[in-house]
Each structure stands twice: as C-alpha cells, then as structure tokens.
Design a protein around this ligand. Structure first.
Ligand SMILES: [Zn+2]
Length: 458
C-alpha cells in the first residue's frame, strides 16, 4: 500500500536523497526499473533540484505497488443502440468463450422474467472487472432507470455465478389530501404529488365503488397515506402501497385500510374489517371520459335522430384493454350488427354484461369459456356503428325472468371478498386505529418509520 511507503518518509533533503537511492535500488532489484540509461532524466532532474523531489518520490514509490501480473482492470460501459449484452461484452477486451460462458451463467442462474441478457436496453450500465489474463472476474449490470435491482456475476473458486441483488430503498409514507374542483387528475396535481403515478393506485383502492370520472363531484374530498420510496442517494424512486384512503363524496363516503394476510395477500377492508372486494368492478376499462351516458334520449351522431342509449360509452384509445367486470361465462363472441365486434358474459345472480365496438378479442376467447374478474377479454376499437374508438358497455339484470338493460352506474354491487378472520380482528383494529389517525393529517405530512407501515398479521 502506498500509504505505508510514505510512513517512514525522511524529512531532511539529505535523508530524502538516501531514501531515493534506496528506492532506485529496490526497484532495480525487482527488475521493474527501465535500466540505468533510461533512468537518466529522472536522476538529472533530482540533481538539478534536490530540494524539491516530491514528484519524483511519488513516481518512484509506484514500483512498490503489486506487480502488474496480478493487476485487474475495471471497465464501465453502456449498452449501445440495438446491441445485446453479448455484443457489448465482445467489444471489450474479453475472449469470445469467456463472454459466452458469462451469458450462459446469467441464463442459468437468473429467471428470464427478471433479466434476459438478449433483451437489454440502450443506456444500461455494466461494470466489468477482468484480470491480467483477460478473464472475467466480476460483472455488475444495472438497468437504466432501475434503482431497485442489479445483477451480479462473480467468479468464485474459478466458477462464475450470477445473482440478482435488491438495492435497499428508504421508505416513508406521505399524506395526500385534497378536494375535487373539476376532476381527480387535477386535484391530485394540486397536492404536489404526481397524478400520473397515483391516479391508478387510488382508483385501484376503490375500483368496486368509485368511477373517478363519472361519480366524482365538485367539493368531494379525499385523503390517503401512500408509501414513498427513495434510493440511497435520496432520489425518489416510486410510490409503494396506499396504506389507507378515505373518499368523502356528496352522495357516499368510503374508507379503505390495507390488510396483508399471513400469506402476503394484500386487500383493502372497511373500518369493520369487511373486504372491499365486490361482485362487479365499477368500470370495464381505464377510459378517458364517458362519451355517452345511459339515457332514454340522446341525439345519435350517425342516425341523426334521438334514440335510447341504454348502455354507457367509454371513450378510450384504440387497443385499450377491456376487462370482464365480474367472473362469468362467455355467452357470445363475434360480430353483432351495429355493435361491431361484441362479447357477452353471463354472471351469477342473473346479471349479464356486453362489450361492443371492439377492435379485437383476447386470443382464444370462445363461447362457453369461463373468465375471471378483470381478465382482459378484448380491446377498444370502432367496429360497427361507431364514429371513433370507444367501448359500448351493456349491463343487464334479470327482471321477471328476462334480461333487461339497466344503468350500470346504479348501485347494484354486492360484497364478494373475505372479511378479516376473527382471530386477526383485534390486530386489524389496532392497525386500523393508527391508520385512521393518519386520515386527519394535513396534505404533505410525512409519516416516518415509527409507525408500522404494513398491517401484517402473524
Ligand atoms: Zn354506445
């Protein structure tokens, strides 16, 4: 270590000169000097200026570091456009066999879903340590924008081994609170947090009860506590779970508390421990706006006259996924006149739903097939009598033994999830009380780790 070489450094010019000569002989002894002739300029320089030999000393101490045979090289590289990891590593000073071995090890030790060396992205970073024989000793691979994971390949006892490493994130929870003026997106933006990252999370909590584009009214209030995750340098990485949320609407109010069961399943429950899961999702897709509501009188843009519209039109971009709003059985799939590509699903308790104007159906979907709630069944299109991409959604209930189209925005939902088991109830209530207290706090309040951030029943 160079530090050690400096430790006994002589102080007076004379002592320095002796030390210098000693170093020269040591370096020559090890065969690391370049011979007396080549050393000449250095010697000359010191002779001319013996009072200031500092830089010379620094140079001469270098030979005392480990000999180059054991030296390893660290290289940092980035994936170029349209390049895979094999190609990138081939451009470094490594043998082809070595690169192929490393890629094999990555395929062997890491799940393809987590990392596939054949599918990498421009800007991904790799850090490579190779020894003097150009053999790979270590590789650290970090995907661009991924602050949570990295992939390591290491040579241990001559064998390469790969592993995924999770980088530690700092976690806190923040209170987000506001009220609706025009819509939820703008209301979230006013809280100072990101609507693009939070809108879906909030919708998910209340997906059985609130259609945030149809049910929200001016003056409605919301408050929720959401986990916020940072990397070790303090940069925001992402939001985590919404821990608790409250929506106070003009018509109805809802509260949700996250409960993680012993198996790790996460679900939202109300204050009494009842599951918020219900028979029907509040909507069959993520849509942009309601382009035509359920009404008995609307002006039809193609027919140019007033007709009934006993369904709901959800405007959404072409290709938006359309979900079954409840478990059920496919009763129809195919062309159906003005409805274009159409799917009908029969549910329990005499309900039926229909999905029209689809661009296409989920692969392999056929009549008689069972589908699950929120399973993708088709994609938004504009087939049939339609002026632009949207979903026409029909909701039927059985009335006097016959299917009748009803307004799906009416309150028809019923609970379908498991309540908190009796033996975990006290634990849930204790956590719920702590979470409830959060709902009174101001927008932007930070909740640190003094509070358990998850309701985990043991
Ligand atoms: Zn329609």
């Amino acid at each position: 270590m160079p530090v050690r070489a400096y430790k006994g450094q002589p102080k007076s010019p004379k002592q320095r000169w002796v030390f210098f000569c000693l170093l020269i002989s040591v370096s020559m002894l090890f065969g690391l000097g370049k011979g007396p002739a080549k050393d000449e300029p250095i010697a000359k320089m010191t002779e001319e200026n013996p009072a200031e030999p500092v830089s010379v000393e620094a140079d001469l101490i270098l030979p005392l570091t480990p000999p180059p045979e054991s030296k390893s090289t660290r290289t940092v590289g980035y994936i170029a456009n349209k390049e895979n990891l094999t190609e990138a590593l081939m451009s470094e000073n490594i043998s082809r066999a070595d690169v192929l071995e490393l890629i094999d090890v990555l395929h062997r030790d890491i799940k393809r879903a987590s990392f596939n060396p054949n599918i990498v992205r421009r800007g991904d970073r790799y850090e490579l340590v190779i020894d003097s024989r150009s053999t790979i000793q270590h590789l650290k691979y970090t995907r661009q924008g991924d602050h949570e994971t990295q992939f390591i390949v290491e040579r241990i006892n001559g064998q390469l081994k790969a592993r995924q490493e999770n980088l530690p994130l700092k976690q806190e929870a923040i209170i987000v609170s506001g009220h609706i003026k025009d819509n939820i997106w703008n209301a979230l933006r006013e809280t100072g947090e990101s609507p693009a990252l939070l809108c879906d999370k909030l919708e998910y909590v209340f997906e059985y009860y609130i259609d945030f584009y149809n049910d929200c009214r001016t003056g409605d209030q919301f408050t929720f506590a959401v986990e916020k995750l940072y990397n070790k340098s303090g940069a925001f990485v992402r939001y985590g779970n919404i821990l608790t949320a409250q929506y106070r609407g003009t018509k109805e109010s809802f509260q949700a508390f996250l409960y993680v069961d012993p198996k790790g399943n996460k679900n939202y429950h109300d204050s009494k421990g009842r599951s918020l899961q219900a028979l029907f999702l509040r909507k069959p897709l993520n849509f942009t706006r309601i382009s035509s509501p359920f009404t008995s009188r609307r002006y039809h843009p193609i027919l140019k006259k007033y007709t009934r519209h006993h369904g709901v039109d959800y405007a959404a971009p072409y290709g938006t996924k359309v979900w079954a709003i409840a478990n059920g059985k496919v009763a129809f799939v195919g062309r159906k006149g003005p409805l274009g590509n159409y799917i009908e699903i029969e549910h329990s308790n005499g309900y039926k739903t229909g999905y029209g104007h689809l661009r296409g159906f989920a692969r392999g979907l056929k009549k008689g097939q069972r589908v699950n709630q929120k399973q993708t069944i088709g994609y938004v299109g504009s087939t049939g009598r339609s002026t632009g991409p949207h979903l026409h959604f029909n909701f039927y209930a059985t009335v006097n033994g016959n299917y009748k189209l009803i307004n799906p925005t009416r309150k028809i939902n019923r609970p379908a999830g498991q309540p908190i088991p009796e033996k975990y109830m006290a634990y849930f209530q204790q956590q719920r009380d702590q979470y409830s207290a959060l709902l009174d706090r101001k927008n932007g309040s930070i909740v640190t780790t003094s509070l358990p951030l998850r309701v985990v029943a043991e």
